[in-house]
Design a protein around this ligand. Structure first.
Ligand SMILES: Cc1ncc(COP(=O)(O)O)c(C=O)c1O
Length: 448
């Protein structure tokens, strides 16, 4: 294995912050007091001034193997020197097949074919398009309806936003896709507050799918898409039995079930995919983030054999699915993906996450009783801590907590509105778990 070449952190604070329009960011507030990151290693980020911050969010739920790990860095460097780019429209390169086989081997049952793209949003749009096309090639072209869920997050493509259920992500963008409906959210604070892991209450909420079938008729419904554990809307684990029930209803009506595992994939819940944790096999799994541990953009969809096979018919010179991205299976991403999956296996990181789940949840629940803490949810190596909103605005307390963490407590985490969301790299140690929650406790008190 080639050794990664290390460059010291050289970045400085830019003179002009104006031209960059930051995504999902309060730009004016940010530019008044920018939170800049210039380097990273393992569990830490480094600011341009050289300050070390513990990473409580694996970047953006993605650096599951930790930052700048040598084998991944070396694989990317070697690949860049050998093959920068090769098209995967009518051509291909060997690592694309290798990585597809490795990803498929991690997915349960006959989920055995992989379509690559570059992000979670693209993965979701790809899965939705495959669902529509699957029914069409089988002569059931009337199945055009897509079902998502309230509070669901499926990225920012038109398809993903349409099936998504976060109001602020939807309301600026017109009518989105037509023919979309939503299941109710699985979260109910009165019934579930301070549950560790999957809440006992709520499996029956899956039955709403039967209601949608009664309303629209099964013959019009192509697919249901849900996150097994909803991350971006604040860490919402599925109620016990919910996913099983959803699977059974989909089976009864010939509806495809898609698990959006962009966050839950690659060890976040202690398994390669949440489908394995919950013992429920979907028809497609979307993935991104952890597949390369965030090092190079990549996403994809794993589909069941029956879904792939349905397309493999007709004259052989004809393209079976008119879909793809210039950078599908980009060589750098494939090299990074292979090195990442090797690292997960070599270090047993999925098992590690499973073992740490208990001390993690105990540490998270230790925050109960602090000022403004309305609920805490912990599952796998994630936690969502709901804080009461300030009277003068939703999201203000969350942003204050984030700023305080970054500037004064040397910790980085996500703030989703007034929910603090934690999801550290899976290499986190028990003492770092203590450190992380210790800092969060101080911050919660400080923003009271
Ligand atoms: C479940 C889920 N799907 C899709 C996405 C979108 O991924 P990306 O930001 O890579 O497009 C995310 C991002 O957090 C996600 O959590």
């Amino acid at each position: 294995m080639a050794q990664a070449q290390r460059t010291p952190v050289t970045a400085t604070v830019p003179n002009d912050l104006e031209p960059f329009w930051l995504p999902f960011t309060a730009n004016r507030a940010f530019k008044r007091r920018p939170r800049l990151i210039a380097g990273a290693k393992d569990m830490h980020y480094i600011t341009p001034e050289g300050r070390k911050l513990i990473d409580g969010s694996a970047g953006l739920w993605c650096t599951n193997a930790g930052h700048n790990r040598d084998p991944i860095v070396a694989a990317i460097q070697a690949q860049a020197a050998e093959l920068d780019f090769a098209p995967t429209f009518q051509f291909a390169h060997p690592k694309a097949f290798e990585l597809a086989a490795r990803v498929a081997s991690l997915a349960p049952g006959d989920l055995d074919h992989v379509f690559f793209c570059n992000s979670g949003s693209e993965a979701v749009d790809t899965a939705l398009k495959i669902a529509l096309a699957f029914h069409k090639v089988r002569g059931e072209g009337s199945r055009v309806r897509l079902i998502g869920r309230e509070r669901g997050y499926h990225g920012v493509g038109f398809g993903g936003v349409a099936v998504g259920g976060i109001v602020s992500n939807r309301k600026q963008f017109g009518t989105l896709l037509v023919g979309v409906d939503h299941l109710p959210s699985t979260y109910n604070r009165e019934q579930q507050a301070f549950s560790v892991g999957e809440p006992e209450w709520g499996a029956h909420l899956a039955d709403a799918l039967d209601g949608l079938v009664t309303l629209h008729d099964a013959s019009t419904i192509a697919a249901v898409i849900v996150e097994p554990m909803s991350g971006s809307s604040g860490v919402l684990p599925p109620p016990k039995g919910y996913l099983e029930r959803l699977r059974a209803i989909c089976d009864k009506h010939g509806i495809l079930l898609i698990f959006d595992e962009v966050i839950t994939g690659y060890g976040r819940l202690g398994y390669a995919f949440a489908a394995e944790r919950y013992g429920v096999q979907p028809d497609m799994i979307t993935f991104a983030k952890g597949v390369t541990s965030g090092s190079v953009p990549m996403g994809g969809v794993v589909v069941r054999k029956g879904v792939y096979d349905a397309f493999m018919q007709g004259p052989e010179h004809v393209i079976e699915l008119f879909h793809g991205y210039t950078y599908s299976a980009h060589p750098l991403a494939c090299a990074a993906g292979l090195a990442t999956l090797d690292l997960y296996r070599a270090e047993g990181l999925f098992e590690r996450a499973r073992k740490l789940e208990k001390p993690w949840a105990e540490a998270a629940m230790g925050l109960k009783g602090l000022p403004n803490v309305l609920d805490i949810r912990a599952v796998g190596l994630t936690a969502g801590i709901d804080l009461a909103s300030k009277p003068d605005g939703v999201g203000k307390r969350g942003l204050e907590a984030l700023e305080l963490g970054f500037f004064e407590h040397d910790v980085m985490f996500r703030a989703v509105g007034d929910t603090i969301a934690l999801s550290p790299p899976l290499i986190v140690t028990e003492s770092q778990i203590g450190e992380l929650f210790g800092k969060v406790a101080k911050i919660i008190k400080a923003v009271a």
